[in-house]
Design a protein around this ligand. Structure first.
Ligand code: IPM
Ligand code: MG
Length: 351
């Protein structure tokens, strides 16, 4: 039987709660579609600091490199706020170590959850489906840093190749969708953005069917709440993508619902929910497992090409929402929320 090796990094806070559900769903869908999963657990984030003094132990990198894909829960929490090395360093480190340069963050409004959006119904319209493609291993996150006596320094640097490969992911994604790509930069101020724009225009020559727009990041932040429907795919640098993907996800009103994929060249990918570790509700059967379950669907689609299995999971999630079941984060006041495990079992039953 076809067997996929998966590194499982549960991490901190609600990470273990939601990953356990996602594994149940994955096992179920694997059985149905005739493939098998082989899981290897490894430490990352705060728990790795507690147990080894390092948020990203070498063993974790080795286990991930031997796997076909990585599932990650969440990292961080107030417990490590003053730690000399923070849990987040583990996340940045694994992105770099695995060459995960392309971060796909879909922001989708589910029909059953339209009321959850903080935007007016007339702005949201019928449906909203935006894909943020964020460059993940370059830019100001990874540029030269310096801590002087009376100054600190971070450097934003992009090479032509770094921009080319993420722009290509942006265009390829747009080709599979509505063929509109918005490249977001700050080319009126930053040299690295002027290079970004030049390279994106070059790559566009290979995609004549895609309508390419350029937008400054400040304007993009405004346009996202003014008229989100003008966007299909957004491609942008590491830090701008960090900020805009949070904004885009909040428009949907359901950050507990949104999955993400971080892809390397080839089929290796890391899949995690967009939400954080929510330490205040960890271990209480309150977290929404849907973002992680949908991340597993992205893994099946992007790393394993098990498209039918991926579609099945997405359909099952939709059915459970249509039936009216809600975890606390997406429930409206009059509804009684269900727990993490109940949500997962309901989705499993739909499968
Ligand atoms: C994200 C997070 C991370 C980032 C943090 C936790 C380092 O905000 O994945 O968006 O800034 O990339
Ligand atoms: Mg972020």
């Amino acid at each position: 039987m076809k067997t996929y090796n998966i590194a499982v990094l549960k991490g901190d806070g609600i990470g273990p709660d939601v990953i356990n559900c996602a594994i149940d769903i994955l096992d179920k869908v694997a059985k149905k579609h005739g493939f098998a999963m082989n899981y290897s657990e490894a430490l990352i984030g705060g728990i790795a600091i507690d147990e080894t003094g390092n948020p990203l132990p070498d063993e974790t990198i080795a286990i991930c490199k031997k796997s076909n894909a990585v599932m990650l829960g969440a990292v961080g929490g107030p417990k490590w706020d003053d730690a000399p090395i923070r849990p987040e360093a583990g996340l940045l480190g694994i992105r770099k170590a695995l060459g995960l340069f392309a971060n796909l963050r879909p922001a989708i409004i589910y029909d059953a959850l339209k009321d959850a959006s903080p935007l007016k119904a007339k702005v949201i319209g019928d449906e909203l489906d935006i894909l943020v493609v964020r460059e993940l291993t370059g830019g100001i996150y990874f540029g030269e840093k310096e801590k002087g006596k009376d100054y600190s320094l971070d450097t934003m640097k992009y090479s032509i190749n770094e921009v080319k490969r993420i722009a290509t992911v942006g265009f390829e994604s747009a080709m599979k969708r509505n063929k509109i790509l918005t490249s977001v930069d700050k080319a009126n101020v930053l040299e690295s953005s002027r290079l970004w724009r030049k390279v994106v225009i070059e790559v566009a020559k290979d995609y004549p069917e895609v309508t390419l727009n350029h937008m400054y990041v400040d304007n993009a932040a405004m346009q996202l709440v003014r008229d989100p429907h003008q966007f299909d795919v957004i491609v942008t640098s590491n830090m701008f993508g960090d900020i805009l993907s949070d904004e885009a996800s909040m428009i949907t009103g359901s950050i507990g619902m949104l999955p993400s994929a971080s892809l390397a060249i080839g089929t290796m990918g890391l899949y995690e929910p967009v939400h954080g570790s929510a330490p205040d509700i960890a271990g209480q059967n309150k977290a929404n497992p849907i973002a992680t379950i949908l991340s597993v669907a992205m893994m099946l689609r992007f790393s394993f090409k098990e498209i039918n299995a991926a579609n099945d999971i997405e359909k099952a999630v939709n059915s459970v929402l249509d039936l009216g079941y809600r975890t606390g984060d997406i429930a409206i006041e009059s509804e009684t929320p269900i727990g993490t495990n109940e949500m997962s079992i309901l989705i499993s039953e739909q499968l």
